[in-house]
Design a protein around this ligand. Structure first.
Ligand code: AMP
Ligand code: MN
Ligand code: MN
Ligand code: MN
Length: 276
């Protein structure tokens, strides 16, 4: 089955509306699909309706920003109840500092010679409270400060670069607890992107499992085949299930629907016990 359990709409930092994302996934042959906007559930109703109209299975999702040992990691929640009060309150708290961070990024970028970044990013954020680095990247690229969004991250928006501002997101245990309290399953997103040493990754997986995490994203657009094998082996070693998701953000922004390799047999898919 073509399963894609990770992607974004313009409710967070995706380029398309939830219904457009749903139709694009369905057109690419996705049979079971989750919308997982960053720290937001606001797109789920529209996404569910469009998925249903397209005859595609739908899963309520979210991707929570977490600070773990000073680094940012992402935890996807799948099959969450979008009306759960603890989850809604937790996400509102995580989102809370984004505008203030964007102003701080603007000050840093101004010192680096980039004017108007706050306004530029905000103008590109359909949901102002969710303004983030992707919106700054689109501004920097469209205004010609860099060739494309990738370069915007590399030159301005990652740790050590002039536009990067440290931020404290949710605690790992809190994010997993909110997901579980809303009836969902917690999946460690794109572990290959964190650049952690083997020891740090072991520490993260140990703690993630200890607080109730259930799966690792093994197949995702940012993993090489080698990384998919590596994280598949880690999922087995830790007794965690495996997930698969493109992390689609928009047309021509890297990840695309329908182009992921399958999960290796032998892994336990996170959707195995969903009664599909
Ligand atoms: P934020 O939550 O505002 O810090 O933004 C994080 C988002 O930026 C991620 O969800 C990705 O969509 C995007 N992102 C992070 N790092 C990169 C990168 N190196 N290249 C492209 N996009 C990135
Ligand atoms: Mn994103
Ligand atoms: Mn992510
Ligand atoms: Mn994502």
């Amino acid at each position: 089955m073509n399963v894609d359990l990770h992607c974004h709409s313009n409710v967070s930092d995706g380029a398309l509306a939830p219904a457009e994302v749903a139709r694009r996934a369905a057109a690419a042959g996705v049979a079971l699909w989750a919308l997982t906007d960053h720290d937001e559930l606001g797109g789920l109703d529209e996404a569910r309706e469009a998925a249903c109209a397209a005859g595609m299975g739908f899963v309520e999702g979210v991707e929570i920003s977490v600070t773990w040992r000073g680094s940012t990691v992402h935890v996807v929640g799948l099959r969450v109840d979008p009306s759960d009060e603890a989850l809604l309150a937790g996400l509102a708290q995580v989102r809370g500092g984004r505008l203030e961070r964007a102003r701080a990024m603007d000050r840093e970028l101004r010192q680096a010679g980039v004017e108007g970044a706050f306004e530029g990013a905000l103008a590109r954020a359909d949901n102002p409270g969710m303004v983030g680095r992707t919106h700054f990247a689109r501004f920097l690229a469209e205004r010609g400060f860099v060739a494309d969004a990738r370069e915007a991250f590399r030159k301005y928006l990652v740790p050590g670069k002039p536009g990067y501002v440290r931020h404290r997101w949710a605690a790992l245990a809190d994010a997993v607890r909110w997901i579980r309290s809303a009836g969902g399953q917690a999946v460690l997103a794109h572990p290959g992107r964190y650049g952690f040493s083997a020891g740090a990754m072991d520490g993260l997986l140990e703690e993630f499992r200890g607080v109730g995490g259930e799966a690792i994203e093994v197949v995702t657009a940012s993993h090489s085949p080698e990384q998919a094998r590596h994280f598949g082996a880690l999922a087995c070693a830790y007794g965690l299930a495996a997930s698969r998701g493109s992390d689609f953000h928009g047309p021509d922004e890297g990840a695309e629907f329908g182009s992921l390799p399958p999960l290796e047999p032998g892994l336990r898919p996170v959707w195995r016990d969903w009664g599909l």
